[in-house]
Ligand binder design. Sequence first.
Ligand code: SF4
Ligand code: SF4
Length: 294
Amino acid sequence: MKIFTMRSKLDIIWIDAVGCNGCSHSFLNYPYLKEIYKKFNFLYHPLIDSPAFKLQECDILIVEGALKNNFPRLGYNINDLIRKLIVRAKNVIALGTCAVYGGIFGEGLMYNKDLRGMFYKCKDKIINIPGCPVHYDWLVYVLDMIYKNKKIVLDNQNRPKEIFSFTSHSGCSRNEYFEWKIDAQSFGTKEGCLFYEQGCQGPYTHSTCNRILWNEVSSKPRAGTPCFGCTESGFPKIGLFTTDTFMGIPSKIPLGVSKRAYLTISGMAKSLKNERLSKKLIDGCNDEDNKENS
Ligand code: SF4
Ligand code: SF4
């Protein structure tokens, strides 16, 4: 039996680059923050009580937010600051879609949307956790693995496979409706899939939003709002509530499915009828009541 012995605390420097601090706020919702403080020491964090910033070595550098030329932060240009800190850090976490791909504000560390970014050359140190914001459990998983000195298996974009080898479609409570091609006609209803009519990106989006629930309760699609694909390089796309179609066929086919297979399966589903799923789940409940109770 392997016995895990406690090691000393790891030092974290958390930099807020060009962003909205949403990933910090998400992290602060973690219900077991006290456990984090037992294992990690914040040398600097923009929101958590920590000493004044000092350029120094650390075990983990967390960058939240995007890079941008001539953007001032902590007495430096943000791009220079990150350059100076990366060489002093043992591990680097690009936290949030801004830090990973650039998001709405600028460029990411390893990527500028789909292109290589200015710190791609440091890829051996960088772990990418996209998301807008990042789920606190995703970050805690990565921190914990580093703390325990365990190997984190990464995909070809340096995202932890444990989190990003699924799509957000996986585990959605509306999967039956997706299979039978029955779509929700508005947001917030208990019935229907949000793919065709409401622009849900679940079948193309790498994330575990429907497996590791938000606030341990729900997810956007479960609550009746489409997945916006916020963990992907193209986020935010134009037309968040639209699935582009050509002659009724989605122009992007769900990941891993051939067009032929998709058309065959959806054609069959549309030509048959599922009586149970075609009705309201709760009789006598109108759409407005339905929304309030979702
Ligand atoms: S990824 Fe989203 S939540 Fe995080 S800093 Fe960027 S805009 Fe804010
Ligand atoms: S609502 Fe979205 S995530 Fe859920 S089953 Fe439909 S397409 Fe998939």
